[in-house]
Design a protein around this ligand. Structure first.
Ligand SMILES: NC(=O)c1ccc[n+]([C@@H]2O[C@H](COP(=O)([O-])OP(=O)(O)OC[C@H]3O[C@@H](n4cnc5c(N)ncnc54)[C@H](OP(=O)(O)O)[C@@H]3O)[C@@H](O)[C@H]2O)c1
Ligand SMILES: *[C@@H]1O[C@H](CO)[C@@H](O)[C@H](O)[C@H]1NC(C)=O
Length: 344
């Protein structure tokens, strides 16, 4: 029943996207059945105390593991972003998909129980209120959570129009989050870049307003930005720096990582399982067996060990647990190279 309604929703998605005149599918549909079949038995490791491997890019703070542990939370690899924010950014995040508020509520509580502390609640998923209510109901102190909202403002052109549309989007995020008494976000992200440099600068000015004047967010981020689009912001040396660029980390992943690292921006991979993992074929199964890990865990570990973060989603508790438990093993250099080639 549920599976069917998901399928119907997915079939309708292209029509919705077309109606909204969006440039491409926003939240990738396709939960491939194949993927679930490939998943090995979940290991249910709940609190491995591994710090992030030294093989990870140097910006990743290995100290954060013990800091988290000291607070009594689950240990998750975290990094410090290029902002002045003292709060660390967990590399593993739960990105809510398109479903109703009740489902968002239920899955957010499940993610919190399993140990997720980083949440990506896009306006495009349409369930920020359900998410926010779950955060409130969980009773977990707000300062132990990292919460990201988004603004969709890429269909208006010109500095002023983009500014206004983005400003409105920021206010809408805060109105939705108020459903769970969340009065400040950790991050706000542009779902897509505006159509030209002027528009991007308008989008960014609204974000800077939110951070510097309204004080309703700390970190500013982007998604699906290419180098020129990042530079539309960075050309202004006084601009607040983008902290994260959320992208599909496939098709020449090394080049994608490079252009972001060069600008001191963290890549956060979207759809790492539904879109990227199928590219790796049986290779990741075989590698996983060696470590007692599933294909999904190997795929996510490759991301983390490449110096990036990821955003996944699941409706299955044991998958949620698997996706979080990728910080207690290290892929060899050969395995890393192999997967990078498969991802290309
Ligand atoms: N910025 C953008 O343009 C953009 C675009 C697309 C998506 N996104 C964001 O990225 C998030 C993730 O993308 P996605 O929806 O494509 O999700 P994903 O995490 O790549 O894949 C989810 C699928 O993988 C399965 N899965 C999860 N963990 C698994 C495991 N350990 N073993 C086997 N199967 C597993 C899930 O099935 P089960 O439910 O059965 O576990 C689900 O079918 C979205 O929610 C959204 O927030 C952003
Ligand atoms: C969750 O995933 C596991 C492992 O893939 C599977 O055995 C189990 O049946 C799934 N549970 C649900 C409720 O779908």
């Amino acid at each position: 029943m549920t599976r069917w309604s998901i399928k119907i929703a997915l079939l309708l998605l292209p029509a919705v996207v077309a109606a909204l005149q969006l440039p491409s599918p926003i939240i990738s549909p396709a939960p491939p059945n194949e993927l679930s079949r490939r998943s090995a038995v979940s290991l249910l490791i709940t609190s491995s105390s591994a710090a992030v491997s030294s093989a990870v890019a140097p910006r990743i703070a290995s100290a954060s593991a013990s800091a988290d542990a000291a607070k009594g939370g689950d240990v998750i690899g975290s990094i410090i972003l290029n902002s002045n924010n003292k709060k660390t950014f967990p590399l593993a995040s739960f990105g809510l998909q398109i479903y109703d508020d009740d489902t968002a509520y239920r899955l957010t509580l499940m993610a919190l129980e399993v140990g997720y502390r980083n949440f990506f609640a896009s306006v495009l998923a349409g369930n920020q209120r359900g998410f926010a209510k779950a955060v409130k109901a969980s009773g977990i102190p707000r300062d132990e959570l990292y919460i990201c909202g988004t603004v969709l403002s890429n269909r208006v052109s010109g500095e002023q129009a983009a500014y206004q549309k983005t400003k409105q989007g920021c206010l809408e995020n805060m109105a939705a989050m108020a459903a769970g008494n969340i009065d400040k976000l950790d991050m706000i992200m542009l779902d897509y870049p505006g159509p030209n440099e002027e528009s991007i600068r308008g989008q960014w000015r609204a974000f800077e307003d939110m951070a510097l004047n309204d004080n309703t967010v700390d970190d500013l981020a982007v998604s699906n930005f290419n180098p020129a689009q990042l530079d539309a912001i960075l050309v202004n040396l006084a601009a607040t720096k983008p902290t994260v660029n959320q992208l599909l980390l496939a098709k020449n992943p090394q080049a994608i990582l490079d252009y972001n690292v060069k600008r001191n921006i963290l890549v956060q991979a979207w759809s790492p399982l539904s879109r990227a993992l199928p590219r790796y074929g049986n290779e990741v199964d075989a590698i996983g067996k060696k470590y007692g890990k599933s294909a999904a865990q190997v795929g996510l570990r490759w991301i983390v060990q490449s110096g990036a973060a990821f955003c996944t989603q699941s409706k299955n508790r044991s998958h949620f647990e698997e996706d979080l438990n990728v910080f207690d093993f290290t892929l060899s250099d050969d395995e890393m190279t192999k997967i990078t080639q498969l991802a290309a």
